[in-house]
Design a binder for this molecule. Structure first.
Ligand SMILES: Cc1ncc(C[n+]2csc(CCOP(=O)(O)OP(=O)(O)O)c2C)c(N)n1
Ligand code: SF4
Ligand SMILES: [Mg+2]
Length: 318
């Protein structure tokens, strides 16, 4: 994680002073970060783990979109996939299992000047964190949530996850999983996510494309990124990988991303299904609504900062 220190932000002021001098180009303009400047600790994943390529593409996104350390934050829960914040030289937190989204919501609502990326696994997102997933989606809080779905609990060494298919043999289901798996895409759409996309770690260009589109979306953007756990679920996604004899089908060009029912239908396709943006609509975010409330209060109370207005509100509840 970053060693950069920043002053406490004033959300009304827009800019934040960074103590460490940023890289300057000859004409005095700030340069984008290089991969070396973005990378932190060396990943400790098993060789061949799909999470490596997702991390590499996150670095690429930061590099390509010329984001600076203090303009991004990387949040995660607990799991192999949730180790992201250790490996990225930017502000972030490796938070409690399943609680990454409420933590990220606080950052997003109080820091409109930066983009919040949340990474995690299928267990973190849909098991212990399932409730938070639904509520963050319905509130349409601006952030990008990339779930690296490997259909298993990787970190804790092979337990059935909410996305494990029926019959999957694990430490918790020695005779094969009996519980019906959830469908992350259907769940995201029905919960109210305003951007819902699907990709796979074996198609790097596609992952980057989805990350960019998600980041540009003003609202809660969700990406299900298949990411193979070579240790505990080897070959899970071969049917979606042309190099392993599978097929990678993109969402048909004729698909209307604003059509919720059509998106739901795509989500119901049998594996490997389609990859791309299933659903995307524009709806006011909680961020925008809160900012509106603060603005209207500011005309009634002079000289108070946003957080002081919120504090007054909380004090009234005591
Ligand atoms: C409150 C709490 N409960 C359980 C655990 C144990 N635990 C850590 S990671 C994990 C599941 C990891 O699976 P997933 O989220 O799919 O991530 P992966 O390792 O597969 O990337 C569990 C059950 C924990 N750390 N904290
Ligand atoms: S256990 Fe699985 S998910 Fe975890 S690092 Fe190893 S291959 Fe990746
Ligand atoms: Mg998992």
């Amino acid at each position: 994680m970053s060693t950069l220190t920043t002053e406490l932000p004033d959300r009304n002021a827009g800019n934040i002073a960074v103590v460490n001098a940023p890289t300057q180009s000859a004409n005095g303009e700030r340069k984008g970060l290089t991969k070396k400047e973005i990378a932190a600790d060396h990943p400790t994943w098993c060789p061949g783990c799909g999470d490596f390529s997702v991390l590499a593409l996150y670095f690429k996104l930061i590099e390509k979109r010329k984001m600076w350390h203090e303009k991004i934050t990387t949040v995660a829960g607990i799991g192999c996939s949730s180790r992201f914040p250790y490996f990225v030289q930017a502000h972030g937190a490796h938070y409690i299992h399943g609680r990454a989204l409420p933590f990220a919501s606080g950052i997003s609502l109080s820091r409109p000047d930066l983009h919040v990326f949340v990474f995690g696994g299928d267990g973190d997102a849909f098991s212990i964190g399932g409730n938070h997933f639904n509520h963050t989606a319905r509130k349409n809080i601006k952030m990008t949530y990339c779930v690296m779905d490997n259909w298993v609990y990787g970190l804790t060494k092979k337990q059935t996850s909410p996305t494990s298919p029926l019959g999957f043999k694990s430490k918790t289901d020695q005779w094969g999983a009996v519980d019906y798996p959830i469908n992350p895409m259907k769940q995201a759409i029905s919960a109210g996510a305003t951007f819902v996309a699907r990709t796979t770690h074996t198609n790097p260009n596609h992952v980057l494309q989805m990350m960019e589109a998600a980041m540009d979306h003003d609202g809660f953007s969700f990406i299900e990124c298949l990411s193979e756990c070579v240790e505990f679920y080897e070959g899970a996604f071969d049917a979606s990988n042309p190099r392993k004899g599978g097929v990678f089908n993109e969402v048909p060009k004729t698909h209307d991303v604003t059509d919720e029912l059509a998106a739901y239908k795509l989500a119901g396709e049998p594996f490997p299904g389609s990859f791309g943006i299933f659903y995307k609509v524009n709806k006011p975010t909680k961020n925008a609504k809160e900012a509106e409330i603060n603005k209207s209060f500011q005309s009634k109370v002079t000289g108070l900062k946003d957080w002081q207005i919120l504090q007054k509100n909380f004090d009234r509840m005591k």
